[in-house]
Design a protein. Structure first.
Ligand SMILES: Nc1ncnc2c1ncn2[C@@H]1O[C@H](COP(=O)(O)OP(=O)(O)OP(=O)(O)O)[C@@H](O)[C@H]1O
Ligand SMILES: [Mg+2]
Length: 292
């Protein structure tokens, strides 16, 4: 047991380490990215969030696609506030919306300002999000298509990163481009690969094999394949109803696959990754600080 003076000097030394030591089970953050538009990032995000919530994890989904708020639609809600209000000074807890057993931090449709946050605004947002880490066990971050600064900053700050790719050649090229930016510019060393909309196990294997070959050759980032999600018309039907697929049609093939993906991410997560969760946004802010 340390005395008060020791505790005080430790606190002064390094707040980040103290957080990690004192609260090893703080919020785990899983970012879903992929480069190409329309490959299933938002679908994956919303269903992973719903799958975690169904397992009893206090879960929040964050729409970092701040200029095109898809999660609202997928969860069938029309929030009055969005993350834009946090930037305007509102408490982040006022922005949280409840839907289907989870919480949502909504983006805002058609907001150019939010799609292109400068470093100062990102810092405000990350700080506010960090303050939620006592309230939630799991945060799922949906990211926009492309390799824009805001999406990549959110993706690289997460404890776990899921890269969604479909068998289309363009999707593979964009997933690789995305991994390249995350690896070279943001120092990411590990990502899960999720083959989506596959029509056969061979297609899933090919998605993983191609990305693996490119990464081994040019990036050296470690990739872990996740169970593939099949092409399934039930996905679009659930989306049209504004209900997560795992709630709307729990027995559909894609739903079963997504539930399996959530379980697999849990099984594969390293204790170190979990602990890193405690310093999630803080570490991102520190890195920013180093650079400027
Ligand atoms: N496994 C699947 N089977 C069938 N349809 C799917 C599957 N996954 C996604 N879709 C459909 O593909 C479309 C795009 O999905 P989604 O919006 O999740 O992609 P996204 O990557 O988030 O797109 P954006 O880059 O525009 O944000 C939607 O119509 C969705 O219903
Ligand atoms: Mg999306």
């Amino acid at each position: 047991m340390m005395n008060r003076d020791q505790a005080e000097s430790l606190r002064k030394l390094n707040r980040t380490d103290l957080v990690a030591l004192d609260e090893p089970n703080r919020m785990r953050v899983i970012a879903v990215t992929g480069g190409k538009g329309g490959v299933g990032k938002s679908t994956t995000s919303v269903n992973l969030a719903a799958a975690y919530a169904r397992k009893g994890s206090r879960t929040v989904a964050l729409d970092s696609d701040l200029g095109m708020a898809d999660l609202n639609l997928l969860l069938g809600v029309a929030p009055e506030r969005s993350l834009a209000d946090v930037l305007a000074g509102h408490p982040i807890s006022d922005v949280l919306v409840e839907a289907h057993g989870l919480h949502l931090l909504p983006g805002l449709n058609g907001s150019f300002q939010l799609a292109n946050l400068d470093a100062g605004a990102r810092e405000v947002l990350f700080g506010a999000i960090d303050s939620l880490s006592d309230r939630f066990d799991t945060m799922i971050v949906d990211t926009p298509a492309g390799i824009g600064e805001t999406g990549m900053a959110f993706a690289s700050a997460a404890t776990d990163l899921v890269v969604v790719a479909t068998p289309e050649p363009l999707s593979l090229a964009d997933a690789y481009a995305c991994l390249k930016v995350l690896c070279k510019r943001h120092g990411v060393t590990h990502a899960f690969v999720l083959p989506n909309s596959v029509r056969s196990p061979d297609q899933a294997d090919e998605v993983v094999a191609r990305l693996q070959a490119l990464s081994d050759r040019f990036l050296g980032i470690a990739l872990t394949p996740l169970p593939p999600v099949p092409f399934d018309p039930a996905v679009t039907i659930a989306a049209a109803h504004g209900v997560p697929l795992v709630v709307h049609s729990p027995d559909s093939p894609a739903s079963r696959a997504l539930a399996k993906v959530a379980r697999r991410i849990d099984t594969l997560a390293q204790p170190e990754t979990r602990r890193a969760g405690a310093r999630f946004w803080r570490a991102e802010l520190d890195r920013k600080g180093d650079r400027t």
